[in-house]
Design a protein around this ligand. Structure first.
Ligand code: FES
Length: 568
């Protein structure tokens, strides 16, 4: 098999010349013939001054390189796009597929026999796994690791569940600007991804559960020496895989490993974004994702992990309690133990070597779980014909069954303009509705589903309300929030025809979200909606146009239709 520098030659119509030409240029970097004869491990460099969640990437690259060299291969670092949540306009989800395309094509275009993908912030790990599944080259995924916790006036803090909680206190008038300035220096006290069970942590756990990263990769804190050792081990393993030519992502992302990942997603109290990304990653590998199976698992698999926003602790505490391998041990009766992992061990082997850390309340057992059901439920009903999701592990139990009057916002802009008006006609028992915030509608399905409690209600002490939308929300958020309604309103989903004053019923136990008007009226309104002009001008050119024309709905992972394997 062609390996190393001889792979993927640039086409000049003369293969020997192409190799000679390549060597001429790469030797400008001082490489010897011995080095250039070795199998090559590519290392994706996602470092960016805009991305503190990946601020330790240069250090990790050094450790990965050491591992690659120890195993006799040649490391070669290449850049790809980097996406940070707070520096991605209009929203990071808009760019995930672009990063996936960039990463896939750079893996394909450049000579490498295996690749280490280093990512951390929310969209980066899913984009990289989507790319890896499509390129199908032996891949080790290396998360950058969670940040450490911060401290403020005796409280332990972590981005970004506590960002939202403290911001809500500020909005309610319980904190002043000086204290908020102090808090803003303490919520993210180190590089690394958010230290709660938000989307980044969720994705790191899912990637480890899928068998795509080395054991303990999800949880070792970004500045911790363990993280550098895991990076070295990842490089070493990638070099072995470069020499052996396996395992490839197609051998690891299977029906069995996706089911294991669904179980972990439910048991960790994972982010709702994690569901969209898992669907997209499975889709790239040609593995069908069944939302009903995911929902059924949610009834069988309890939340075991006591991490914010569903519980009390942070990612570093999860690491010290044994990390994902220790969690998998508790989930053992539910998992496929024969699923292979990138380390060469099966899931069963990983469990057998899991650390036993006594006397903690971070990982609970199946017999005494944190919550008796899983993190998420998939809802259906006349408002969500193709499904919607609620993270009920981080919602108010008293609102799990609720009927209320709709208060409708037509877009994110409309919501921002009106939600805090003193004369907004809204009451605590109403249902806040946001539409035109889905994959095409916004575009990019922003994390606007966490509608703020209207100022006048927040000041009365209202902490939660039922909120529904076709948007996403941050995995770090807490609230009774129905998301990802599909089809979205911008393509004519029923959310488009809800009117302020309609009644909406949520019943999580029955997995229902319904608009309480009769079928004939729904049909009449949908027919009238079709006559309306679109709520915004379509994109005229470029990536925005590609996105708008090809993005799939949330129940299909929001990938582009032409990127799925076998068109599934
Ligand atoms: Fe990057 Fe939270 S902002 S992981």
């Amino acid at each position: 098999m062609t390996k190393g520098l001889r792979k993927g030659l640039t086409s000049y119509g003369d293969a020997a010349f192409s190799l000679f030409f390549r060597k001429v240029f790469i030797k400008a970097m001082g490489y010897s013939d011995d080095a250039l004869d070795r199998p090559i491990v590519g290392i994706a460099n996602t470092h960016s001054d805009y991305n503190p969640c990946q601020g330790n990437v240069p250090d990790l690259i050094e450790s990965v390189k050491r591992g690659v060299l120890l195993a006799g291969a040649l490391p070669m670092v290449f850049p790809t796009i980097s996406i940070h949540e707070s520096f991605a306009h209009p929203t990071s989800m808009f760019l995930r597929n672009l990063m996936a395309m960039d990463t896939e094509e750079m893996i394909r275009a450049q000579a490498m026999d295996a690749v280490v993908l280093i990512g951390g912030c929310d969209k980066t790990l899913p984009a990289q796994v989507m790319a890896a599944a499509s390129a199908d080259l032996p891949t080790v995924v290396l998360p950058t690791g969670p940040m450490v916790v911060g401290h403020h006036r005796g409280e332990v803090l972590g981005a970004c569940t506590d960002c939202r909680r403290l911001w809500a206190q500020f909005r309610a008038g319980n904190k002043d600007e000086d204290e908020m300035a102090q808090i803003s220096s303490r919520l993210a006290p180190s590089v690394g991804f958010c230290g709660v069970m938000g989307t980044a942590s969720t994705m790191a756990c899912i990637v480890e559960a899928l068998g795509l990263s080395m054991p303990m990769s999800a949880t070792a804190p970004a500045p911790h020496a363990d993280r550098r050792r895991i990076a070295e081990a990842s490089g070493k393993r990638a070099a072995e895989m470069a020499i052996a030519g396996s395992p490839k992502p197609s051998e690891l992302i299977t029906e069995a490993s996706v089911r294991n990942a669904m179980i972990v997603l439910q048991a960790i109290g994972g982010s709702t974004n994690g569901l969209i990304h898992l669907i997209a990653m499975a889709g790239r590998a040609g593995v069908a994702f069944d939302l009903d199976t995911f929902d059924r698992l949610g009834r069988e698999v309890p939340v075991l992990l006591n991490l914010k926003p569903s519980g009390a602790h942070y990612m570093e505490h999860f690491h010290y309690a044994g990390g994902v391998p220790a969690l998998l041990r508790e989930l053992k009766p539910l998992l496929d133990l024969n699923a292979p992992t990138v380390s060469g061990a099966t899931v069963g082997d990983v469990i057998a070597h899991a650390e036993a850390a006594p006397d903690h309340d971070v990982i609970s057992s199946l017999a005494a779980p944190l919550k008796k059901e899983g993190a998420m439920a998939v809802l259906h009903g006349n408002l969500a014909p193709r499904g919607a999701v609620i993270k009920h592990s981080a919602a108010s139990p008293q609102l799990m069954r609720h009927t209320g009057r709709a208060v409708v916002f037509d877009s994110v802009e409309d919501m921002m303009a009106r939600i805090d008006l003193p004369d907004l006609d809204v009451h605590a028992e109403d249902v806040l509705v946001l539409r035109n915030a889905g994959p095409r509608g916004a575009p990019g399905m922003p994390e606007a589903g966490y509608l703020p409690i209207p100022m006048k209600l927040a000041r009365q002490g209202v902490k939660d309300m039922v909120r529904i939308s076709d948007a996403r929300m941050s995995g770090t958020a807490f609230g009774t929030i129905v998301l990802h309604i599909a089809p979205e309103s911008a393509v004519g989903g029923p959310l488009a025809i809800v009117q302020t004053g309609d009644r909406i019923a949520l019943d999580v136990e029955a997995r229902r979200i319904d608009l309480l008007i009769d079928e004939a009226e729904i049909e009449r309104r949908l027919a009238a909606w079709k006559q309306l002009p679109p709520h915004r001008e379509p994109a005229a050119r470029g990536y925005a146009k590609l996105f708008e024309q090809t993005v799939l709905q949330a129940d299909q992972g929001c990938d582009f239709d032409f990127l799925l394997r076998n068109g599934n």
